[in-house]
Design a binder for this molecule. Structure first.
Ligand code: FES
Length: 215
């Protein structure tokens, strides 16, 4: 199955409102890609949203995403963060990674919204191929975008190693407590696609939608 390319939904001339609408669509596409099998295995975590409040949020929520004992190497977990319509991938890579947490330093998470034009990328284990492009063999555990083939190295903080993406995938800042619970506590830089795209001011990631609840 081939994922559809969005009709330049968030091009340079689009308004912030249209970008937010696109992010809602992107979250929906995430589920489609999981079914399409772009990633080896995926499961999802539902994190409740904070009721709408007045005022401007200034800090990232601290949200439990999973625990060390629940994770299997190469099985991606999808969760929304920091807004309730923005998908991220958490995965235990099986080898130490930049920014990784857990006993082996191999658990990482990234915004799943591609930095090129906002499609949703999927996880591909090292040595495997995405179903949308069997000729591509992942040289490392990577994120692969089905729209134009951007490739993010998940061992190296989401660095772009292929395709047109102009910036790395924003990494979710994780913490693992003494019991092995894993929390998302912050993001990036860069900003998540659709939030002042291209900026390093991650405070903008908190704007334009409903934050997930701290747990
Ligand atoms: S949207 Fe173009 S490579 Fe991801």
């Amino acid at each position: 199955m081939t994922a559809e390319k969005p009709d330049d939904p968030v091009g340079g001339g689009e308004t912030d409102k249209s970008k937010r609408e696109f992010l809602k669509m992107a979250a929906a596409i995430s589920g489609v890609l999981a079914v399409a099998g772009i990633a080896s295995v995926m499961k999802s975590v539902v994190i409740p949203a904070v009721p709408a409040t007045s005022g401007t949020p200034t800090s990232f929520p601290r949200v439990k995403v999973s625990s060390v004992s629940e994770l299997s190497t190469g099985v991606a977990v999808i969760f929304n963060y920091p807004l309730n319509n923005e998908p991220n991938i958490l995965v235990k890579l099986g080898q130490k990674a930049e920014g990784g947490v857990g006993p082996d330093g191999d658990i990482v998470a990234f915004s799943q919204i591609c930095q090129h034009l906002g499609c949703i990328w999927g996880f591909v284990p090292e040595g495997k191929s995405p179903t949308v492009n069997p000729s591509f063999v992942a040289p490392a555990p990577v994120g692969y975008c089905p729209c134009h083939g951007s490739v993010y190295d998940l061992l190296e903080a989401g660095k772009v190693i292929g395709g047109p993406a102009p910036r790395p995938a924003p990494q979710v800042q994780l913490e693992a407590d003494s019991s092995g619970d894993i929390y998302a506590v912050g993001m990036g830089p860069p900003t998540i696609f659709g939030h002042d795209t291209g900026s390093t001011d991650v405070a903008d990631d908190l704007q334009g939608g409903t934050l997930v609840s701290s747990t």
